[in-house]
Write a new protein. Structure first.
Length: 300
């Protein structure tokens, strides 16, 4: 290929096609447990977290439910992934060998939110959320009308095994927030007067994005490190469906999605898909959808 800016621009368009085709074709699951929120600044402050506005009989004037200013902030982070393509490979018409690389870059960009969201979910046992407690915690406070703590409640089970999670996915609000400031974009540096091109005799192509994942409502998620057994699954569901919020009002939480790491896939399939468990009819069959995330796999 003759090296000129016009041909380099055409080549970049081809690489962009590889990138975007793979991006579109890649399956992701972060949006199963998170809600996407746009961002126009370096961070977003979520003052409404913790509020579950409920209905009441209208007697007298309306009662305005003020949103507590919890001040929970999610700061955007910047991410990149960059590769170099040798000028000689383009000049020698070897540019096609890089097409799979750009397809992989598209796949990598698409699954990056999965990595961040499920990694955050796994860290929820030791990471604080809007109420000052860990996201999965035995002592989340419940307040009365005067803002006084009247009780505490739990959304977790202790244990030593791989963590698994029950999620209420029936609402627009989700337990995790995916915050996107600038979408994943493929960029290039191919100008002849670029210092890198001049010194290295190669062109640069890279992904750039600004985003972050943060905790939303802990009330919509239950985390457990106990054995994924019938009894523990039952207790988790009961805990979620009986959950009360401020003013001791039932929240109507519906556990609809069981999220597990690959190590618990077999146990989860038996629990949700088997006709029988230990010789008895499996009453828990299809009580939740199943999501197995590779990004929950434990690493040393």
């Amino acid at each position: 290929m003759q090296i000129n800016q016009e041909n380099l621009d055409l080549l970049f368009k081809g690489y962009q096609t590889n990138f975007h085709d793979a991006f579109k074709a890649t399956e992701v699951h972060y949006n199963d447990v998170s809600m996407t929120v746009g961002s126009r600044t370096s961070k977003n402050v979520f003052g409404w977290l913790g509020q579950f506005p409920g209905m009441r009989e209208w007697v007298g004037d309306r009662i305005i439910q003020e949103l507590n200013a919890h001040g929970f902030t999610i700061e955007n982070r910047k991410f990149e992934s960059t590769v170099a393509v040798k000028r000689d490979d383009i000049s020698d018409d070897q540019y096609g060998i890089y097409a799979p690389l750009f397809s992989e870059m598209g796949r990598t960009a698409k699954v990056h939110p999965d990595e961040l969201v499920f990694n955050l979910l796994q860290k929820g046992f030791a990471t604080k959320c809007y109420d000052g407690q860990n996201f999965f915690d035995p002592d989340h406070p419940i307040y009365n009308k005067r803002g006084e703590t009247v009780a505490t409640t739990s959304n977790m089970q202790n244990g030593d095994g791989p963590a698994w999670f029950l999620i209420d996915t029936t609402r627009k609000i989700k337990p995790i927030i995916w915050q996107e400031r600038e979408a994943y974009e493929l960029q290039s540096v191919t100008e002849a007067n670029s210092e890198h091109v001049f010194m290295k005799d190669e062109y640069l192509y890279g992904i750039r994005a600004r985003a972050n994942a943060g905790f939303g409502l802990w009330q919509l998620a239950f985390g457990s490190k106990a054995t994924l057994s019938v009894e523990n699954y039952k207790q988790a569901r009961v805990s979620m469906t009986n959950l009360k919020g401020d003013r001791e009002r039932l929240l109507g939480v519906k556990p609809a999605l069981l999220v597990v790491p690959p190590a618990l896939e077999e146990d989860a399939l038996k629990l949700l898909k088997a006709d029988q468990i230990e010789g008895s009819s499996n009453i828990w069959r299809d009580t939740a959808e199943l999501l197995v995330s590779p990004y929950l796999a434990e690493t040393e």
